[in-house]
Design a protein around this ligand. Structure first.
Ligand SMILES: Cc1cc2nc3c(=O)[nH]c(=O)nc-3n(C[C@H](O)[C@H](O)[C@H](O)COP(=O)(O)O)c2cc1C
Length: 154
């Protein structure tokens, strides 16, 4: 299984988390990292697992580098049946009303278009001061375990 890590960022934290995640997977999986700014919905394939690592900016909005991808999804509404993804949202619970809303919007849009989410929605809260890469790597181990449980059950 190829793992494609797609990050959306404003100030670099999501890219850093994506790099830590890729480093933790590189020995076991074919892995790539791409900035969402350079990805279009037509690039999504059924034979990969897409791992979205994306922050929230403004008032619960997506960061700049994820906006063109999100806008293209909303406007072209491709059928994403057969596409598998996991999603890890970076945010800050200081923003009580909009904590993680940018990545939650992206998650909702992907699901609405038929893509299948593997594992739980992951979260990093900047207010905890936990190292974002460590939180992302621990979360993704759970995602991989849930995939193995599902494939053993099939
Ligand atoms: C101006 C500004 C607005 C933000 N707005 C939100 C928000 O509405 N909700 C949220 O959960 N986090 C918000 N954040 C926190 C960021 O999502 C968090 O710092 C994240 O780690 C940034 O990741 P990035 O560097 O990949 O963009 C905001 C941060 C800044 C500086």
């Amino acid at each position: 299984m190829k793992i494609s890590i797609l990050f959306g960022t404003e100030s670099g934290n999501s890219e850093m988390a994506a790099e830590d995640l890729a480093a933790s997977l590189a020995d076991t999986y074919e892995t790539e990292i791409r900035d969402l700014a350079e990805v279009s919905p037509e690039d999504l394939r059924e034979d990969a697992l897409y791992v979205f690592v994306c922050s929230t900016y403004g008032e619960g909005e997506l960061p700049n580098s994820a906006l063109p991808f999100y806008t293209a999804l909303s406007q072209t509404r491709p059928d994403l049946t057969g596409v598998h993804y996991a999603i890890f949202g970076l945010g800050d619970s200081f923003y009580t009303e909009t904590f993680g809303h940018g990545s939650l919007k992206l998650d909702a849009q992907l699901k609405d278009l038929g893509a299948h989410r593997a594992g739980d929605f992951g979260r990093h809260d900047a207010s905890t001061w936990e190292p974002v890469g460590e939180v992302a790597v621990a979360w993704f181990e759970d995602v991989l375990s849930s995939l193995q449980v599902n494939s053993n059950a099939a």
